[in-house]
Design a binder for this molecule. Structure first.
Ligand SMILES: [Fe+2]
Ligand SMILES: [Fe+2]
Length: 320
């Protein structure tokens, strides 16, 4: 359905017009329809009053668990509650900054995408991301304790929003940044010591699952036809991104806020088995998505193993 133009598309300054307004992929159009039907309102669909007393509740939870640490942690046991409070504030601040990255990257996808179905879904996603920014900004304000953007996350977001190859914007944002966010939101939702964050992350995770599905559909379509040079470039991008996203969880800013020696804290974050488990959990969705788009290559797999980001599945039980 090309209307008023002889060519299907024209491009100037990296902005691509598409003159074929018809649907080229029913599955993408279906996701776009689902997105329209699943809109929610951050101002009215969350009970913002339910979070009263959250710092005390978070501290009480931290005193019991603090990520399941052993006594060898650099934070003395009597301060595990304070750690949990800072960790929660740090995580939600990074959610907020990541959402701004998603808002900016997705707005670029609208201009860069090569077909109308993709542009329209991306436009819907821009609205979703604006709502996510609104909701997390309000939540961070409610906590009254926030953090600036983590340097590794900022580097990752800078790379994604300045990339000119549209599929790499997709790969970086929809598969890597949002894949990690989806795992983190689901964890945050299940911990539910705060009814506000439980409601908020449940609604956001529903949107993010749709965004990740969008990335998968789009990339599966084109990654079967990469040249070996193109595939190698994307593998390098994934390796660099995995390093940045895992560095983010060395928690330097949290250790500093707690007056813990940053080097000791970073070493603990790198070596503690519970912290390694936590990072692996954060990467589960990314790993399955990479496999689905054909980029969990032996080189990428070896790199993720080196970074201790791959979950080792228990051997299958044989029934005789
Ligand atoms: Fe989002
Ligand atoms: Fe998203």
């Amino acid at each position: 359905m090309t209307i008023g133009h002889e060519s299907v598309e024209t491009e100037s300054a990296g902005i691509r017009f598409v003159w074929d307004y018809g649907t080229t992929d029913e599955r993408l159009r279906g996701l776009y329809e689902r997105g329209k039907a699943a809109q929610w309102n951050a101002a009215t669909d969350i009970d913002w009053e339910a979070g009263v007393g959250v710092p005390d509740r978070v501290e009480a939870l931290g005193a019991r668990s603090a990520l399941g640490w052993s006594e060898s942690s650099p934070v003395p046991k009597e301060r595990w509650g304070a750690f949990q409070w800072e960790f929660h504030s740090w995580m939600t601040s990074q959610f907020l900054h990541g959402e701004q990255g998603a808002l900016l990257a997705t707005s670029r996808l609208v201009t860069m995408a090569p077909d109308m179905d993709t542009k329209m879904f991306a436009a819907g996603q821009v609205t979703d991301e604006a709502r996510h920014v609104e909701a997390y900004a309000r939540y961070c304000d409610l906590l009254g304790n926030s953090y600036t953007v983590n340097p590794s996350l900022k580097q990752m977001l800078d790379t994604v929003v300045s990339e000119n190859r549209w599929d790499i914007v997709f790969l970086g944002m929809q598969i890597i940044v949002e894949g990690l966010a989806l795992a983190a939101f689901r964890l945050e939702h299940t911990r539910s010591f705060d009814p506000v964050i439980a409601q908020l992350t449940r609604l956001v995770a529903r949107d993010e699952a749709r965004h990740v599905a969008f990335g998968l559909l789009t990339l599966q379509e084109i990654y079967g036809e990469l040249t070996s040079r193109e595939r190698a470039d994307r593998e390098e991008f994934i390796k660099e991104s995995a390093l940045l996203m895992s560095r983010r969880f060395r928690l330097g800013e949290v250790w500093a806020r707690l007056d813990v020696d940053v080097e000791a804290g970073t070493n603990f974050a790198l070596q503690d088995p519970k912290m390694i488990d936590f990072r692996r959990l954060m990467f589960t969705k990314i790993v399955t998505s990479l496999a689905k788009v054909g980029l969990l290559t032996p080189g990428v797999r070896a790199h993720l193993e080196d970074l201790e980001l791959l979950r080792v599945l228990p051997p299958k039980v044989r029934h005789s």
